[in-house]
Design a protein around this ligand. Sequence first.
Ligand code: TLP
Length: 345
Amino acid sequence: MQIDLRSDTVTKPTQEMREAMLYALVGDDVYGEDPTINQLEQLSANILGKEAALFLTSGTQANQVAVLSQTRPGEEIILEKNSHLFYYETGGLASLAGVQARTLEGINGQMQMDDIQDAIRGNDIHYPKTSLIALENTHARSGGRISPTSYMNDVYTLANNQGISVHLDGARIFNASIGLGVPPKEIAQYADTVQFCLSKGLSAPMGSILAGKKEVIAKARKWRKTLGGGTRQAGVVGAAGIIALEKMIDRLVFDHENAKELARKLEPLPGLNIDSVGIESNIVILSVKELGIDSVQFAQLLKERGVLANALEKYKVRFVTHREIGEDDIKKVSEVIRDITILYQ
Ligand code: TLP
């Protein structure tokens, strides 16, 4: 059996989810007639403290629809240079929404307030209009770092004062909520639209939610149709999403503990660089540069020993903890890594 730490997306639906899927009440969701999807959307809106919510096929689709619903072609969006929206969405900002990306370098995933202020366009005839600021919490490529609500408040206030909308890519907002010890709506209040994924640590097989004001979600519903994301008896998968929200959030704390434990075990090993204090959620990023091999080679060595991890950058390897990873797995993985470091000393 392999220990798969490539992503929390690899989690499979629970037995309870499978049973809920089997017996889900369904209808045609393009007509708004799927009772399970309607329940999931209402539940999601309540959890985030938003007026309305929409079920989409993936986080990528939800992010793209959020941008399409709050910008026009030729406008500018400010976002962090390692954000999923910019880094991993196949250039959708340009090809779908036709917006220009103004990327800023963040610290632990947070763009600096002065930089955001400077990046907001004024009234000059030459300039595009800044119409959206996108945040990501937790921030995946910085190692699952969590932005505090005070930071989110600052960005939201700055944006609001200038008539700019804020979108939160909260693919892992529940990890942020657990890490901060505040309910998700306290984070979501500082964004006009919020997307979260049901298919990551929450273990549902697919689906994301986009939530916001009624008018924006009505636009999003139309854009979802444009992208071919209007589905019919979607309650079959939505039923698992309801279980995800009702049963799977609280246990994320174990994933955070396991990530911290993995980092603590790896920190003293020679040739590795890791900051265990910076582990705030379920992602651990390890630099293998001093071992004298790159991340692809390191990931291959792991794979040969039954452990899967992602080569994130030339020398950085990513491990993501999730429901199918227990304390024993963390112990085994740290032993495997220790053995590799001995080989390369
Ligand atoms: N992230 C995936 C990969 O795409 C990199 C992962 O394994 O972490 N926002 C954030 C912050 C994400 O991490 C992801 C997925 C998405 C959006 C997109 O979600 P999906 O995969 O459902 O399109």
